[in-house]
Design a protein around this ligand. Structure first.
Ligand code: RTP
Ligand code: MG
Length: 143
C-alpha cells in the first residue's frame, strides 16, 4: 500500500469545544502522521474558494458562515491509504448516520456543524493541501 497524504480541517465547532487534542489523538492512534499543521481564521473568500464545488447548493451560505465563524486547524495527514482511512475515522457527513466511535458520531452536533473535514479523493487531497500549504511547510518524517 502506498503512503498517501490527505488534507484535514478541525472545524470551528470542534475548536470552540477544545477538541483539537482529542481529534489529533484519534489521527495519531490510527497511525496517521501530522506532517503540517496551523490555525487559521478563514476569510469568506478563502472558505468560498475551498468549497467552490458546492457553490450552487442550497446550504452553501450556511456552510461559509459556519466555516468563517471561528478559527480552524488545518493539517496534512500522511500514512498508508490516508485518504480513505481519514474518511473512516471521520464518519458520515451527517452525524446521525455516522458509525459509533467515529469523530462525527462522538463530536459533531449536526450535518451543518460536523467537527471535521477530510479530502474525498487523491485529486481533491492534492488541491486542498496546496490551497493551504506550500511545499516548505510540509515536513516529511525522517524517523
Ligand atoms: P467535508 O467536505 O466538510 O469533509 O464533508 P463531506 O465531504 O462529508 O460532505 P460534502 O458533501 O463535501 O459537504 C460539505 C459540507 O457541507 C455541509 N452539507 N450540508 N444540508 C446538507 O444537505 C448538507 N450537505 C452537506 C456539511 O457540513 C458538509 O460537511
Ligand atoms: Mg467534502
Amino acid at each position: 500500500m502506498a503512503i498517501e497524504r490527505t488534507f484535514s480541517i478541525v472545524k470551528p465547532d470542534a475548536v470552540a469545544k477544545n477538541l483539537i487534542g482529542a481529534i489529533y489523538g484519534r489521527f495519531e492512534s490510527a497511525g496517521l502522521k501530522i506532517v503540517a499543521s496551523k490555525m487559521v481564521h478563514l476569510s469568506r473568500e478563502q472558505a468560498e474558494g475551498f468549497y467552490a464545488e458546492h457553490s450552487e447548493r442550497p446550504f452553501f451560505k450556511a456552510l461559509v458562515d459556519f466555516m468563517t465563524s471561528g478559527p480552524v486547524m488545518v493539517q496534512v495527514l500522511e500514512g498508508e491509504n490516508a485518504i480513505l482511512r481519514n474518511r473512516e475515522i471521520m464518519g458520515a457527513t451527517n452525524p446521525a448516520d455516522a458509525l459509533a466511535g467515529t469523530l462525527r458520531a462522538d463530536y459533531a452536533d449536526s450535518i451543518d456543524e460536523n467537527a471535521v473535514h477530510g479530502s474525498d479523493a487523491p485529486e481533491s487531497a492534492a488541491r486542498e493541501i496546496a490551497y493551504f500549504f506550500s511545499d516548505e511547510e510540509i515536513c516529511p518524517r525522517t524517523r
